[in-house]
Each structure stands twice: as structure tokens, then as C-alpha cells.
Design a protein around this ligand. Structure first.
Ligand code: SAM
Length: 347
């Protein structure tokens, strides 16, 4: 049984964001549910931190990644009254609303891919509700690396995923999978064999950018993949709004990094090594981002190619292309044979 600290809830008479902003983050626009679910998420965060013996008030520099219109941030207060909490999101309208209405928060708009507008080791706590559950693996990896960059060594990060419970719920309610190309059975098989499934034909298609859909994770995947970026400290099934799973991670301390990479690079001292590691992490983020864009381009070209192949004119001109190929093959053959014939030609 976890001994819960004093909840981090701040009493506030802050205004509520408009309906359409609430809808975008919560899936419905009910004002009461918005307020209650925000408070529940703060309790989830408290419980997650308590599961590793920590509490929210210990953290001085706090960031919410994917903060939307501040459903959670509105209920939190920074450790020092003079300080601010930080939030980032791709949604400019939500970010502007926060900056105009939540005095304890400083929010910034970011792109769908890193980087964040912060320097290395800026935060000691990063938390989040339901962003990884909307991104594909390329985006997830890029963000894990970037969040590791801005988190201090030893810092804590909590992320939520749609785990087994959320997957079952979707299959049972047939909410999304029914509208997708993929069948429930195939989705189940993919989740079991790959540990992750990303469904890009869902209800978010016209609301968010094209990289934002629905991802489900198996515990094993999180244990294996995410520990390449962080140490896993705690995994709480249904630890987020009783629906998504809560993952508590910690950035390895410098000592551990130094042990892992003893002879990798000629570094003079610890600070030197830290700088090199940050640079490598940053470079990795850029390469992953490039790769994602190239994959998008490739998909675009493949779609176009498919269109061309199925088009009428392509089919009508098929015999001509076949004839051209035959002629080219014939020419090839002749040019190969000509020198040989030449050698035997007595004339
Ligand atoms: C389901 S909402 C959750 C919002 C907020 N965390 C909450 O619980 O109320 C997901 C949020 O992630 C944001 N988002 C989507 N892709 C993102 C990305 N690549 N980086 C940061 N935020 C992103 C969306 O704009 C949206 O506000």
C-alpha cells in the first residue's frame, strides 16, 4: 500500500478554457468532467511519485510535455511561489490560452518533432498524460531522446501509455478499431508480436496533424525500448485516470553514464563527457527527425506510384512499354554477341 503525501492540488478559481479546447484534450467538453479529471490526474502524478518515494513539492523545475490547455497544470503550484511551471504543446491556441489565463504557468508552442526550446538538463521533473499514446515509434524515440536531453541526471519523468486495459476497452467498445482497416484480431496479433501497435485510421484524423493517431503499448515493449533512454522505476497499470498505464522513469546519473561509456570517446573529465553525450543525444534526435520526414516522403511517393500504376493511361500504354522492353533486351543481346561474332569473322 502506497503512503500518499499531501496532494499537490492547488485551490483555484481560474477560468475554464473554452469548450473546443477542452474537447481536444479530454475527448468531451463537459466542464465538470474537465475539472474533476484534472484533479484526478494530479492525484495520479502524486501516486506515481510516491511509488518511488518522492513527492511533487521536491521538484523545483517542472515541465508538462503536451500540456494541451492546462487540464492538469491549472491544479498545480510550483515549489516556490515566485517560480513558474512550464508547459509545451503543438497547439498554439491552447498554449496562448494558458499564457493568458494561468498565471503560474509559462507555456510554449513546439513542433511535432524535437527540439524543445530549453537547454540541456533544464528540468528535474517532466510529466505527461497521453501523448506517447498518440505517436508512432519514430516520434516516440525522437521524443524520448529529447526529453532525456532536457531532464537533469537523476531527474524523473512520468509518461502514460495505452496498455492492455485500454486496448481491451477499445476492442470491446469497438470505438476506433471498427472504423479502421485493421481487424481486432490482427491488431491483437500485432500488439502481441511487436509489443506496440499504431493505428493511423482513427477519430483524430481531422482534428490533429497527420502524425497524431492512436498507439497501444505492451509492458514488455516499454521495459525493453524505453530503458534505452531512461531507467525504469515504476509501472502502474491503469495508473492514469484508471485507464492508461503510468510509467515512471529516471534519467541515469552521470556516474552510470560514465561507467557505460568508459572508452567511447577521448574525454578529459566528467564535464567533457557529459557535453559529448548531450551532443550525441541531440544529433540522434536530428537524425531521427530526418528519418521520419524521409519516411513520410517515401510514403507519399509510394502512394503516387500506386495511383500511376492503377491509372487508365498506365494500363493502356502497358503493351508499348512491354514492346520497348523487348526491343531493349534484343539490342542488349545483339551488342553482347557482336564482339564474339567479330572474333570469328574471317573477313
Ligand atoms: C490527449 S491530449 C492530452 C493533453 C494534456 N496532457 C491533458 O492530459 O489534458 C494530447 C496532447 O498532446 C499534444 N501533442 C500532440 N503531439 C505532440 C507532440 N509531438 N509534442 C507535444 N505535444 C503534442 C496535443 O496537442 C494535445 O494537447
Amino acid at each position: 500500500m502506497i503512503d500518499l503525501p499531501e496532494p499537490s492540488l492547488a485551490n483555484s478559481d481560474l477560468p475554464l478554457p473554452p469548450k473546443h479546447l477542452r474537447l481536444r484534450v479530454a475527448g468531451n467538453d463537459d466542464a465538470d468532467r474537465f475539472a474533476k479529471s484534472g484533479r484526478m490526474s494530479v492525484q495520479d502524478l502524486d501516486r506515481a511519485l510516491a511509488s518511488i518515494g518522492r513527492s511533487f513539492s521536491e521538484f523545483a523545475d517542472v515541465l508538462e510535455w503536451g500540456c494541451g490547455c492546462g487540464r492538469i497544470l491549472r491544479h498545480l503550484r510550483p515549489a516556490q511561489a515566485s517560480e513558474k511551471l512550464y508547459g509545451v504543446d503543438i497547439d498554439q491556441e491552447a498554449v496562448s490560452w494558458i499564457n493568458e489565463n494561468l498565471p503560474r504557468v509559462s507555456a510554449s508552442r513546439i513542433d511535432g518533432m524535437p527540439p524543445l526550446p530549453y537547454t540541456v538538463d533544464s528540468f528535474d521533473l517532466i510529466f505527461n498524460h497521453s501523448v506517447m499514446s498518440h505517436l508512432n515509434e519514430v516520434y516516440q524515440d525522437a521524443w524520448l531522446a529529447e526529453l532525456a536531453r532536457v531532464l537533469r541526471p537523476g531527474g524523473i519523468i512520468t509518461l502514460t501509455v495505452k496498455g492492455r486495459h485500454a486496448f481491451k476497452h477499445y476492442v470491446q467498445t469497438a470505438g476506433m478499431i471498427a472504423s479502421a482497416r485493421i481487424t481486432d484480431r490482427a491488431a491483437e496479433d500485432t500488439l502481441r508480436s511487436n509489443g506496440i501497435i499504431y493505428i493511423d485510421e482513427d477519430q483524430w484524423s481531422r482534428v490533429f496533424p497527420n502524425f497524431y493517431h492512436t498507439a497501444f503499448h505492451d509492458v514488455g515493449y516499454v521495459f525493453d525500448r524505453w530503458t534505452r533512454f531512461f531507467d525504469l522505476r515504476s509501472y502502474i497499470p491503469r495508473g492514469a485516470l484508471d485507464h492508461q498505464d503510468m510509467v515512471v522513469l529516471q534519467k541515469p546519473t552521470n556516474q552510470r553514464v560514465q561507467q557505460d561509456l568508459p572508452e567511447l570517446l577521448p574525454c578529459r573529465d566528467k564535464a567533457d563527457l557529459e557535453r559529448v553525450v548531450s551532443e550525441l543525444q541531440r544529433e540522434k534526435v536530428i537524425h531521427v527527425a530526418r528519418l521520419a520526414r524521409m519516411q513520410e516522403d517515401l510514403t507519399f511517393v509510394q502512394d503516387k506510384l500506386r495511383e500511376v500504376h492503377t491509372s487508365l493511361s498506365w494500363r493502356l500504354t502497358r503493351p508499348i512499354r512491354a514492346l520497348r522492353r523487348l526491343i531493349a533486351q534484343g539490342r542488349n543481346l545483339i551488342s553482347k554477341m557482336t564482339p564474339a561474332l567479330g572474333r570469328h569473322d574471317p573477313g
